[in-house]
Design a protein around this ligand. Structure first.
Ligand code: SDX
Length: 428
């Protein structure tokens, strides 16, 4: 294919360079088009056809259902790696050796204490507050307790900010859940592994000896790996654009958490369980919900289905569906919700409305079933998504800063009133 594209507009022709990535994806570079064309721009609501950056972190092929982190397939990583290894891989680009990984975790553990004054902010929230709003606020508040984390002009300062948030975020996740449950807040146990410690901080009871269930630890580790990055999704693009103004890492992550909260994005895992519970309470009448999902006059969507990029099976959904069967089996849990989900999937994949629109289960369709089996409250599901996505957000923010990318500031086409004169109040 030629390395140039030609655009004709207003009777003039413009040659634009075509960029080809390492997986042979191609993009027309329009970065100089407005200047060359005296102001003509392109427009693409929702950026369905527009690339925002060049990135070495994650590769997706939506048609083939391929997902790779730094060149490693998601299947390989989910099967063979642990979450902290994958976090290091995403952020720094290579799988760490034992010594590097041990030092990484040691540096993270040194940062796993959260200033007690954060509890005063947490206490100001009503128990009814949604955990995602609490988590976003507490994450932004971390800047007040670590102001040096904003200026990341040196590798050392950037590394310090990264291990600081990787140490403190799990504590905020656990505290967010326990606040709703009226349970005391603690810091877990640094003798434990990263995921084991998260679970202990979330579930330990002050009057009982806590013991981790290895099935739950392994399942959560795998779920966090599967959620760790997903190229330029809504929340990651948010982290990159907020970070592009040189707002600090914690503020950028706080914005990403807010974007993830939405039910069209990470909030879908909570919405899926609420939908499945609704179907169960409705006597398991999946047809009614399928009809609602297809009815253009009904705002209802089949939550956990469809994807901006995957027009085939989301590879993560395949792995999570298998894990859901295994975890529920290992824990000896019979959950009718899983049967409803599998029934819904089967019906949708045979229904022309979904087939024609290439709507398949996405990462959010089965994940909530596992979280529920672990005893995680439904409102905490998206917080768990954020915990998994944290290394991906960090990696993408770091890449944007290291590449010295310009501040994100899209253009627009104005469609409002032309110039008109002011009318005094008594004349309107
Ligand atoms: C995540 O981007 C990422 O990578 C995100 C994510 C990540 O890891 O970061 O993968 C995580 O956010 C997964 C998606 C979770 N969201 C949901 O499950 C919510 C339900 N899904 C939809 O809202 C929707 O599919 C989106 C938001 C995921 C994608 O929306 P698009 O790409 O903007 O597609 P669209 O809304 O233009 O839909 C195209 C057609 C429309 O019908 P027509 O107008 O062509 O007739 O498909 C229909 C839509 O009405 N459609 C659905 C549907 N999803 C799309 N109809 C019913 N149920 C659905 N779920």
């Amino acid at each position: 294919m030629s390395d140039n594209a030609t655009i004709e507009v207003g009777g003039k022709s413009y040659e634009l360079p075509v960029f080809t990535g390492t997986e042979n994806e191609q993009a027309i570079d329009i970065s100089k088009f407005r200047g060359a064309s005296d102001g003509v721009i392109t427009i693409d609501p929702g950026y369905k056809n527009t690339g925002s950056c060049l990135s070495e972190i994650t590769f997706l092929d939506g048609e083939k259902g391929i997902l790779r982190y730094r060149g490693y397939s998601i299947e390989d990583l989910a099967e063979n790696a642990d979450f902290l290894e994958v976090a290091y891989l995403l952020i720094f680009g290579e799988l760490p050796d034992t010594e590097t990984l041990d030092k990484f975790y040691t540096d993270i553990k040194k940062e796993s204490i959260v200033d007690d004054d954060i509890k005063k902010i947490l206490d100001a929230f009503p128990k009814s507050a949604h955990p995602m709003g609490v988590l976003s606020s507490l994450t932004s508040a971390l800047t007040a307790f670590s102001p040096s984390s904003v200026n990341v002009d040196s590798d050392e300062e950037m590394y310090k900010s990264i291990v600081r948030i990787l140490g403190k975020f799990p504590v905020l996740v656990a505290w967010t859940m326990r606040k709703k449950q009226g349970l005391p807040l603690d810091y877990g146990d640094n003798k434990l592994g990263y995921v084991e410690n998260v679970l202990k901080m979330m579930f330990n009871k002050p009057n009982e000896e806590y013991e981790n269930n290895p099935i739950v630890v392994e399942a959560l580790d795998k779920l966090l790996i599967l959620h760790a990055d997903h190229e330029q999704n809504c929340s990651t693009s948010t982290v990159r654009i907020v970070g592009s103004s040189h707002a600090g890492l914690f503020a950028s992550l706080s914005a990403g958490i807010s974007a993830l909260w939405g039910p069209l994005h990470g909030g879908a895992n909570q919405a899926v369980l609420e939908m499945l519970n609704g179907i169960q309470e409705d006597g398991g009448d999946t047809n009614k919900y399928m009809a609602k999902a297809k009815d253009k006059n009904d705002p209802f969507r089949l939550m956990g289905f469809g994807h901006r990029v995957y027009k085939n099976f989301d590879p993560r959904a395949k792995i999570i569906k298998k894990a859901a069967d295994e975890v529920l089996g290992d824990l000896g849990i019979e959950d009718p919700i899983l049967d409803i989900a599998e029934g819904l999937e089967k019906e949708a994949l045979a229904d022309p409305y979904f087939v024609d629109r290439k709507l398949y289960p996405n990462v959010d369709f089965y994940s909530g079933i596992i979280y529920r089996a672990m005893g995680i409250p439904t409102e905490m599901f998206t917080v768990m998504f954020a915990l998994g996505r944290l290394p991906g957000w960090i990696a993408q923010w770091r890449e944007m800063r290291l590449n010295k990318e310009p501040i994100g500031r899209p253009r627009q086409i104005y469609t409002g009133e032309n110039l008109r004169s002011f009318v005094p109040l008594d004349k309107r």
